[in-house]
Design a protein around this ligand. Structure first.
Ligand SMILES: Cc1cc2nc3c(=O)[nH]c(=O)nc-3n(C[C@H](O)[C@H](O)[C@H](O)COP(=O)(O)OP(=O)(O)OC[C@H]3O[C@@H](n4cnc5c(N)ncnc54)[C@H](O)[C@@H]3O)c2cc1C
Length: 287
């Protein structure tokens, strides 16, 4: 079997991209790191691609109005540098180092990863952890979707087939915030399980906390019970251990209900404790 015919359009501006997507059957070609292997696989059906790599205005990264705004051609590797400051920059730098290897990070884009919506991928987890907003545009206009509603199932999002992800907006994290990430990858391309955390301490107590469990269900999930337990507590071994236990017991409802569940819960407890402990170390460093 040979691979299928690919109908290819190279767009030069946003209007050309949106016009190409209007048929609802065209795929966006960004970094190509997930799409190209799919469309060139032997036996894959014919497809139509719109290449966005010549649209210069898509390569934008800006911090305005309390948000970091990331455009469709910002590559993973951008976040390896100190392009973004503060705790948000820390989280992006820690996370990007886990993604693939240097050629993947040089070509692949953050928005491509959000659109692809692999349930264990790093950028969707960052978006859910930080309550990011995903901005979509089609020929009929723009709309903004909160990250938690954007990821609906593995490889499935709220994006309509004629829409382009034009921006992801991440809130800048306040002073006194520490971030943490821990994963169990075991030689696979994507992590088997991971936990991501941000903790903000104000006047000695936790004033904001986000904990996200990655690959515990069809999309990244916030550990709301654990977050509630952390709010108002002092940041200590005891509060971290208690929150990690609550996350494993109460926030893993979407794990498959089979014999592996107790073991997976223990894994999430360990990962949550590590992510929260990493965040605590960073809070201590900036105090
Ligand atoms: C060997 C290998 C290892 C990898 N390891 C990891 C890893 O550890 N962690 C991780 O998270 N990822 C990993 N990846 C995936 C990588 O991060 C991809 O770059 C990413 O998933 C897709 O980004 P892209 O720009 O390459 O998108 P593409 O491959 O161009 O597109 C992916 C999908 O998103 C759509 N799309 C892209 N951009 C837009 C847009 N702006 N609007 C609407 N739709 C859009 C495309 O149509 C397509 O359906 C790995 C990939 C490989 C090949």
């Amino acid at each position: 079997m040979t691979s299928a015919a690919v109908d290819y359009v190279a767009a030069r501006c946003v209007d050309e991209v949106l016009a190409a997507l209007a048929d609802g059957e065209t795929s966006v070609l960004a970094g190509g790191q997930s799409l190209v292997p799919e469309v060139t696989r032997p036996g894959s059906p014919p497809c139509r691609l719109v290449d966005i790599n010549r649209v210069a205005e898509f390569d934008t990264l800006a911090e305005t109005g309390g948000f970091l705004r990331v455009g469709p051609l910002v590559r993973h590797r951008t976040f390896e540098s100190d392009a973004v400051g503060g705790a948000l920059g820390d989280l992006l730098r820690v996370v990007v180092q886990q993604i693939g290897h240097p050629p993947i990070r040089a070509r692949g884009t953050m928005l491509g990863s959000l659109a692809y919506a692999h349930p264990a991928a790093e950028w969707p987890a960052v978006a859910v952890t930080l309550d990011a907003q995903i901005v979509l545009e089609g020929v009929t206009g723009r709309r903004t979707v909160p990250a938690e509603s954007f990821f609906t199932a593995p490889f499935t999002t709220a994006r309509r087939p004629d829409e382009l992800l034009v921006e992801a907006r991440f809130p800048v994290l306040p002073e006194g915030t520490g971030i943490g990430y821990a994963e169990d990858r075991r030689n696979s391309i994507y992590p088997q399980a991971a936990a991501m955390a941000t903790i903000t301490v104000t006047d000695g107590v936790i004033s904001a906390a986000a904990l996200c469990l990655v690959n515990s269900g069809p999309s990244p999930v916030r550990a709301r019970a654990a977050e509630s337990a952390l709010l108002g507590a002092t940041l200590s071994d005891a509060s971290i251990s208690a929150a990690a236990r609550i996350a494993a017991e109460q926030d893993t409802a979407r794990l498959a209900d089979d014999a592996s569940r107790p073991k997976q819960r223990r894994a999430y407890q360990v990962l949550a404790r590590r992510a929260l402990s990493n965040a605590r170390e960073r809070v201590a460093r900036c105090a």
